[in-house]
Design a protein around this ligand. Structure first.
Ligand code: PLP
Length: 400
């Protein structure tokens, strides 16, 4: 008799592969064949991590690499509270739960506030991994489409209200936006606040790109919203701010005590976030202000280079992003994923090719974003120019 196999869970089957990483096997094969690949697919900056952070790793000489507290090391939680003071926001260290990357903060927030079958509204396109985490938490992402024509600004209030049901728990969004690069104005953040107040919703505010706004634009945090202490949850990370993606340190910040307590209990189940990385991350917050100013200047330059180069390619529509370090480009192809794969399998210019992230996976609406790719401007201007030259040549040569 054939043995019965236990099989996978429904969520084990449903969890999507990340469009940022799904094409990696094609890239690995191309590299093994000798191709050089420009990675425009992933938000992995080539910017140096602050020296203070690297030095902190080097000066760790404990004889035992021990567990830390489940809610994080006091030195890091205090660094976060000090940091918020600079934004005119009063946060106490015990309003911070340190997480294993901003990723775990997203997961904890969903697990602590939503039951299976609950719904979260998300302006679309959105950070693709919200889909992975919502699947893990059995939460339904309800997309609220932003329109490409107006640069992915916050959809009108009515677009949110008409999607609110008895199961809606909150609104999740990244500001500045990944993949769009949109930066919400104070008025737009105010609309999100109104929705939260009027409908009793959580605001899951993913602000990991808070510092990355260009052209003198002003970033508005949800912490500036009034009367929402119990409903505002800020999801944060050192990955992008300090070009420290491998540190795996982030945090969830809220004034909601009950929620903090629940997150702490989820945190106790996984014991603690990484110890040495928290020490290093705390040191990063003590880096001189010039670190972030210079980083911002560099990203601003790259954004201009990218936008100028993309604008010259026939048939490509690209929006000039005001923040983060991504842009969504509409390509003259029917299926951007097929094109992205073809670039890796079949196309080389002077032995080089590019890897981009097909944007369909950043949408929950079936059939949206099929002709778009997300481009991360995390390479220096010379490499970026070369990468877009190769992308343009690829588009011209593409048989599809
Ligand atoms: C919008 C957004 N939120 C959260 C994360 C998660 O970052 P990490 O887990 O590295 O802190 C990312 C990473 O790219 C992101 O772009």
């Amino acid at each position: 008799m054939p043995r019965k196999q236990p099989g996978l869970s429904r969520r084990g089957i449903a969890v999507p592969a990340s469009p940022i990483r799904r094409l990696v096997p094609y890239a690995n094969k191309a590299k093994a064949e000798g191709a050089e690949i420009y990675h425009l697919n992933i938000g992995q900056p080539d910017i140096e991590t602050p020296k203070e952070m690297i030095d902190a790793y080097r000066s760790f000489h404990d004889k035992v690499l021990a567990y830390g507290p489940s809610d994080g090391l006091p030195v890091f939680r205090e660094a976060i509270a000090d940091y918020w003071r600079e934004w005119d926001v009063k946060i106490a260290p015990d309003e911070v739960i340190v997480t294993t990357g901003g990723s775990e903060a997203i997961l904890f927030a969903l697990l602590a506030t939503c039951d299976p079958g609950d719904e979260v509204l998300v302006p679309e396109p959105f950070y693709t991994n919200y889909l992975g985490f919502s699947t893990a938490a059995s939460v339904k992402v309800v997309p609220v489409p932003a329109s490409v024509e107006n640069g992915f600004r916050l959809p009108a209030k009515g677009e949110f209200t008409k999607r609110i049901t008895a199961r809606t728990r909150g609104i999740m969004f990244s500001n500045p936006g990944n993949p769009t690069g949109v930066v919400y104005s104070a008025a737009e953040v105010g609309v999100l606040g109104d929705l939260a107040r009027e409908h009793g919703l959580y605001l899951y505010a993913d602000e990991v790109y808070r510092e990355f706004v260009y052209d003198g634009a002003r970033f508005e945090s949800v912490f500036h919203l009034k009367d929402l202490d119990e409903q505002v949850i800020v999801l944060d990370s050192v990955s992008k701010r300090f070009s420290a993606c491998g540190a795996r340190v982030g945090c969830l910040v809220t004034r909601n005590r009950e929620l903090l307590d629940s997150c702490l209990r989820f945190g106790q189940a996984r014991l603690c976030p990484p110890t040495v990385d928290q020490l290093a991350a705390a040191a990063a917050y003590k880096a001189p202000k010039s670190y972030l100013t210079e980083v911002l200047e560099e990203y601003g330059k790259r954004r201009d280079v990218l936008h100028d180069c993309l604008s010259e390619i026939p048939g490509v529509t690209a929006f000039k992003p005001a923040g983060a370090f991504y842009t969504v480009a509409k390509l003259p192809v029917a299926d951007a994923e097929k094109f992205a794969i073809w670039l890796l399998t079949d196309f080389r210019l002077e032995g080089k090719t590019v890897m981009v992230a097909p944007t369909a996976g950043f949408y929950a609406t079936e059939g949206s974003g099929l002709d778009e790719v997300r481009i991360a401007y995390v390479l220096n201007s010379t490499h970026l120019k070369d990468a877009i030259r190769i992308l343009a040549a690829g588009l011209a040569a593409y048989p599809g």
